[in-house]
Design a protein around this ligand. Sequence first.
Ligand SMILES: [Zn+2]
Length: 648
Amino acid sequence: MDKSPFTLDADAAASKSASDHTRASNHAVTDALPFSNRRSFEDAARGFIATIDPLTIHREGSRRPVYDLSGLDFLAGSPPDTVNPSLWRQAQLNAQHNGLFEVTDGIYQVRSFDIANMTLIAGNNGWIVVDPLTSTEASSTALQLANKHLGERPVVAVLYTHSHADHFAGALGVVDPDDAAAGKVEVIAPEHFVDEALSENVLAGNVMNRRATYMYGNLLPPSPAGFVSTGLGAALSMGSTGFVPPNDLICATGETRTIDGIEFEFQMTPGTEAPAEFVFYLPQFKALCMSEITSHHLHNVYTLRGAQVRDALAWSRQINESIDLFGERLEIQFACHHWPIWGREAALEYLRSQRDLYKYIHDQTLRLANHGLNKEEIAEQIELPAELGREFFNRGYYGTVHHNVCAVYVKYLGHFDGNPVNIHKHPPVAAAGRYVEFMGGTDAILDKARASFADGDYRWVAEVVNHVVLVEPEHASARALLADALEQLGYQAESAVWRNFYLSGALELRRELPSETRFRASEGMVRGIPLANLFQAMAVRLNGPAAEGLSLHFNLCFPDIDTRYLMSIENSVLHAFPDRSTAHPTAELTLASLQFKKLMMGITDGATLLGEGELEVKGDLDALTRLTGLFDQFERRFPIVTPHPPRR
Ligand SMILES: [Zn+2]
């Protein structure tokens, strides 16, 4: 038995070349799709003004760049056997068309300075910035590029099209939060933006962030055997983040604004791509911004980093409504990812096709579900009709038909498929031990799995060897075989997301997990969080078993905002009641609201605040220490492909 403490030798730990099966699979894609159609390449290049070369964005005081496309030069060649040729095409479109582009006179986009686009609309006096990217460094670099080549202008307004971080977290790079708070700069967002932005990124933040590293391939080196794209954009920037709350909300379709002389007509599209989102039409430019409702691929009805399942039917309806509202008038369609489409006919054809893409997946999933098929069976079976599936802008570079079908099923029917054997299954490690024993033990499984690998049945190898790795995580050859199988699956995947997941899994099987660091909300994020959302985030971190039997009541006084809260822990549940206090508190804390947020997010501690005179405690001093000890700290890089230690 070749069991050893976990170390893979250099050969086992190295990236492998594409197998014959993978080569054949990728060649079949070349034959199946109309690669001679180069329309998207023309559109992606149209209106180019300037870029930065090499495109590397740095962060002050850090050696690791925030964003770096210089490592993707290899995309200039033809597709290697280790990349699905359809994904290769998308990767080229994303990475090789970076910089400042004119959409039309007065509308500009900085593309591929982050995963999303930053759009700049020239008003009478300054820039209206639509979607200031994911990081301060990326958005400020994008703004500088525009100012340099189009003339220096102040930012007079910022629009957040929706509640995803790649569209708002870089706001500090384009707007001073004091100017926003004072209303000097308009900051416009769809209704419920703040709640949705924060619930998505704080309450489930740690687990989403961890899964996002797999999804976006952040830990993969750029190479033909590694990272090539995110599908949705060239790459995700990893810099400083912040939160500048909006000072104007759009609540209804048909609302208009005139911002710095530019007219905007809004259409609300919530509960589709994001829980809070709008699209808008600019009559002076005959231009429709579809935000992220349309994109040059099949988007995620469910995103594998983890998020609530989206409504494919509503998605399709919203695109249809956009066609009805603006289709007769538009001449240009642009969006917050990818490149625009010019010309009414081409834009309408694209919008109709995207509309039908989501509706086809929705309707056909439910048709087959009503026949009694479960989600795995439906996902295996459904293929797009050729009219939809041969359009590159409907291909699954980000979402896939497979996982979107599962999403539609879950949206209507939940995770359970109705078969009672699936009601109360053993969790993965407990099941794995039993499987390994029933299947004749590790060596027997690995022997058979190697034969399946030779046959190219990588999906099966992954499913079976996963059981071994969960039981014997230090078994070097099991880890190596599972990694090799995931890698070939990654090489074949048309979806950048699937590729990144597979290759990230392989990477972490071949190496130890990167050293552990604790999840911390950024100071910018903490500053922006409203107190009500902070309390909810704390409630999620409260360790229920540790709080069992406790009854703690804190009067909280925040003189800076003239607000009091009663924060109670009872029944292992944390509540915070505004404008309430109790006559017999465990303790009463008086401090600035920002200091309280930092204290609760683990950025500072009680002793430090007391020492600095920032905190006043009446009552039981030790209660504060007991309180802060009740909250879990989350490990940023918890194991995904290997078992994790039990946790209470
Ligand atoms: Zn986005």
